[in-house]
Ligand binder design. Sequence first.
Ligand SMILES: [Zn+2]
Length: 69
Amino acid sequence: MEKIIKTVSESLVTNHQCCFCGESIENEVLVAMTLKLNDGQLQSMSTHGLCLQKRLHPSVPFIAPEEVK
Ligand SMILES: [Zn+2]
């Protein structure tokens, strides 16, 4: 399981794949998230700001990078 977690994490960081829509993030500002797993490992994921915003509860304050000029 440890090997799988590391492989997934490295793949996402290298390719900057959005964890919600699956598209690659190229030449765009991304939101990086790090999850702390139960076994002490860390898993990093990237997402488009707007993809994260769509899934957040409306009461959570969040400004997507795409909205900032
Ligand atoms: Zn996305």
